[in-house]
Design a protein around this ligand. Structure first.
Ligand code: ADP
Ligand code: ZN
Length: 297
């Protein structure tokens, strides 16, 4: 039988493990909540154990920040996360010890970006943002993930405050920065402004336009920095299907005709892979890459 590829989508709330065939078709998957480091890693290993003889590689897309520099002494660690019990944890070596299989270790958003690339055969560059509990992005240029010393952290760039936030003195929810994108536009920022979770807010709440103003700034930054062919927005908050149009509107105003960009309906989009499957698909492909030769992207 042909070899199999593994995927671990390591989120702060839940983990999704999957095994796919050589066509990246999922043959088994399991989702479980993120608990202690030991228990969560043990659950992953138990999932992959029956496949260990067929696994050619595993792609791991993790919440972060992570150390993805293979030359670093702390390669494979989750580093400066505020998530209790998970800061400065050696995440990777337990897998490699238990399963002795090549692993590609990157961020969850890099995995999603890679999956979205695969789902769009004629595209060579894109940026994938998730707008959920946090905000992060993975960028692809020339078919490759970008990042030098480490992975990029596009959720923690500063944004111009909305007039309503200035008036109310709202400076965001990021414990590290006042006024960064994640602090101003992640799911928890909606709750901080309104007292209600995003999924419970009415469609006519003024907070949606405030949030779209910030997400449009992310699209503007991505456009200016990378000139990608398109920008994909995923994550829980973007499940609000009115958001995309609001973001396009604010983007158009902010861009102010400065650069030519494609039709915004094709340029600012939601994921092509359905059922939140971008990261899993990306991980299968990254697992295949690392199964041939171990190299950083
Ligand atoms: P995570 O980022 O933890 O992996 P999600 O992408 O689902 O998970 O993001 C969760 C955040 O998104 C929470 O702050 C939640 O309140 C918010 N959220 C989830 N679903 C929706 C929704 N339909 N509309 C608005 N906000 C949502
Ligand atoms: Zn921040």
């Amino acid at each position: 039988m042909a070899g199999l590829y593994g995927s671990i989508e390591a989120g702060g709330t839940k983990f999704v493990c999957a095994v796919g065939d050589d066509q990246f078709k999922m043959i088994k998957h399991l989702q479980f909540p993120t608990t202690s480091v030991e228990e969560t890693i043990a659950n992953c290993i138990t999932f992959f154990e029956p496949f260990r003889d067929q696994l050619l590689g595993i792609g791991i897309g993790s919440f972060g920040p992570i150390d993805s520099d293979q030359e670093s002494p702390t390669y494979g660690y989750i580093t400066n996360t505020p998530k209790e019990g998970w800061a400065n944890v050696d995440f990777l070596s337990e897998f490699t010890k238990a399963l002795s299989v090549p692993v590609f270790f990157t961020t969850d958003v890099n995995s999603s970006a890679y999956g979205e690339l695969l789902a769009r055969p004629r595209v060579n560059s894109l940026v994938y943002y998730t707008v959920g509990t946090g905000i992060g992005a993975g960028a692809i240029q020339g078919g490759q993930l970008i990042g030098g010393l480490g992975h990029t952290e596009a959720g923690h760039t500063y944004v111009r405050p909305h007039s309503s936030d200035l008036k109310n003195g709202f400076t965001g929810v990021c414990p590290f920065h006042q006024g960064c994108l994640e602090g101003m536009a992640s799911g928890p920022s909606l709750e901080a402004r309104t007292g209600a979770k995003g999924e419970l807010l009415p469609i006519d709440s003024p907070v949606w336009d405030i949030q779209a103003f910030y997400i449009a700034q992310a699209a503007l930054q991505a456009s200016m920095l990378y000139r990608p062919e398109l920008i994909v927005f995923g994550g829980g908050v973007m499940a609000q299907n009115h958001m995309l149009e609001r973001v396009r509107h604010h983007f158009e105003v902010l861009l102010n005709g400065y650069l030519p960009v494609p039709n915004l309906k094709k340029y600012i989009v939601t994921p092509a892979v359905t059922n939140n499957g971008s990261a899993t698909l990306g991980n299968f492909a990254l697992a295949k890459k690392v199964s041939k030769k171990s190299e950083a992207l």
